[in-house]
Write a protein that binds this ligand. Structure first.
Ligand code: GDG
Length: 510
């Protein structure tokens, strides 16, 4: 059972509604000439949260994705009624966005928590913007939620939310989930605002991490900074006691909707895409990388490893083609532009060196794929190359295995991806910094007997199937509230999720 909270906030038994809070709302906004278009967003978090929120009176609070001043009320009202839960926006100015999002979130916490502290820009201004915007989010939570709600805050942009609520005496039960890794104490010590960040995390009733490793790092930091903390319990969720306050700390590896991915990968549309792919490729053997443009994903290291494999194992030439999909991300930031240039230069060098007789070693795509295209690549690829320098979990590794329905693919996985804690026995684990070691793994995967490939891939797919996104939600809610997904009452009849496409005229007066 859950420890009784030390304040008099709502008992867990009476909580019937979830309020999800994340930096971005689960919608995609597009301005097309004089119109705003809103589409329901995709992605793991939306898939995971939608069943908890939809038709259960749930709420999602987040930034709309634009700094333009738009009156969202009508439009979001319509969208809410279609998707089955309410959306509320937090508006941000350009300056706030730069300081809070691009600055503190993405230039301090993101590199620091991925062990890349030399990339951090510790600008004092960022910190004040971060606190200020967390304050804005807590205003929105106070305004739109009631005491019997459970406030589920997602990710590193909003670490201070529970603390701000408590400071304003807004009584809510709160949970936090960190989607990215948590660093070791030696790295965390470098953070100028380390004590404040740590203290703010302890203000939640439940803090969730992706892996036991992240949870251990966090607990070690707590014990370093807060001498009177004691930890009790065993298993995935333990209890921390600090004076008369207690809270829980757990590990909850996030996942994907296995059934939907596996089903969609088997459709005729995906199959026809695969035949097109195989006709247009010189070689039948595809190695695949799918990553957001980010320096944590190990893109240059992977390209070096592929080039090294072609160099040292000539039999791979004309036989193995790498398709590298890079999804544009944070492209306004200088370091991301530099990374793009580096990746493109490397692709050019490797292709320039090894291209022969119509075979091009690396097919490089810098864009978003549509879903069927992505699933076709996953299903067709004989090698999945997932080699981040550090990753909270990495959903691509899970999607690749799930969609590889012929079970003839091999997953090459970085030991620094969170998913390695679940996949270590059946993937080929590599240190992404070890160029020759990764090149050897590519060759090993290429040469692996079919029987062994099938055995390994089957085991990997079983792991994802048993630990899907619904189990993740259930485990988190169980730890937070001793409830499961089905315990949240449905207010209405089930309404299937609709891919909404709303339009709103741009008000030129604003
Ligand atoms: C953060 C953490 C953690 C990619 N390309 C396309 C596309 N995608 C989708 C994939 C996948 C998602 O993007 C990427 O998720 P990851 O988990 O791999 O990475 P991050 O974006 O860094 O996510 C990470 C995650 O949060 C969840 O907690 O696992 O560690 O860093 O779902 O499918 N989707 C489409 N076209 C593409 O071209 N449609």
């Amino acid at each position: 059972m859950l420890n009784k909270p030390d304040d008099d906030s709502e008992s867990v038994d009476t909580i019937t509604r979830i309020v999800a809070v994340s930096n971005r709302l689960p919608i995609k906004l597009e301005r097309v000439k004089e119109e705003w278009r809103i589409r329901a967003g995709g992605g793991g978090l939306v898939t995971a949260m939608a069943p908890v929120l939809r038709n259960r009176g749930g709420i999602w609070i987040g930034w709309s994705g634009t700094t333009e001043e738009v009156d969202w009320r009508d439009l979001l009202g319509d969208t809410s009624s279609e998707i089955g839960y309410d959306l509320h926006t937090v508006t941000l100015t350009r300056q706030e966005l730069e300081g809070f999002y691009e600055g503190f979130s993405n230039d301090v916490i993101w590199p620091m928590f991925h062990d890349l502290q030399t990339r951090c820009k510790f600008a004092p201004d960022y910190w004040y913007h971060y606190l200020n915007v967390n304050g804005k989010f807590s205003d929105a939570v106070e305004k739109h939620s009631v005491e019997s709600d459970f406030i589920w805050v997602h990710d590193y942009h909003l670490i201070h939310l529970a603390q701000m609520l408590r400071m304003r005496n807004v009584k809510r039960r709160t949970g936090f989930f960190l989607h990215i890794p948590f660093p070791s104490v030696d790295i965390f010590l470098k953070m100028p605002w380390r004590a404040q960040i740590l203290q703010a995390m302890t203000e939640y009733d439940l803090i969730g991490f992706q892996t036991l490793h992240d949870r251990r790092n966090f607990i070690q930091c707590l014990q370093f900074f807060i001498p009177n903390v004691s930890i009790s319990g065993r298993g995935a969720v333990v209890t921390a006691q600090m004076g008369d306050r207690s809270f829980r700390i757990g590990s909850f590896p996030i996942s994907i909707d296995y059934e939907t991915f596996a089903r969609d990968a088997a459709t005729p549309e995906v199959l026809s895409h695969i035949s097109w792919l195989q006709r247009s490729m010189f070689s039948q053997n595809i190695a695949l990388g799918v990553d957001r443009l980010d320096y944590t994903k190990g893109l240059p290291e992977r390209l070096h490893a592929f080039g090294n494999a072609l160099e040292r194992y000539p039999e791979l030439r004309k036989k193995l083609t790498l398709i590298q999909v890079v999804v544009p991300s944070r492209i306004s930031m200088v370091e991301y532009q530099a990374l793009k240039a580096e990746v493109e230069q490397l692709v050019g060098e490797i292709n320039g060196k090894f291209t022969r007789d119509g075979w091009i070693p690396i097919h490089y795509l810098f864009r978003n794929l549509d879903r069927n295209e992505l699933l076709a690549y996953y299903r067709a690829a004989r090698i999945g190359l997932v080699t981040p320098l550090k990753d909270g979990m990495n959903l691509v590794s899970k999607e690749y295995c799930t969609c590889n329905i012929e079970e003839e693919g091999v997953l090459i996985l970085s030991e620094f991806a969170g998913s390695a804690s679940q996949f270590h026995k059946y993937a080929l684990l590599v240190n992404p910094h070890d160029i020759e070691g990764t090149a050897d793994a590519i060759y090993e995967a290429y040469k692996m007997p079919l029987e062994e490939k099938k055995y390994r891939m089957h085991q990997l797919r079983e792991i994802v199937k048993r630990n899907d996104i619904y189990k993740w939600v259930d485990d988190y809610l169980q730890a937070a509230l001793s409830k499961q997904l089905n315990d949240f009452p449905s207010l209405d009849e089930y309404v299937p999720q609709i891919d909404v496409d709303f339009r709103i005229k741009v008000d030129k007066g604003k």
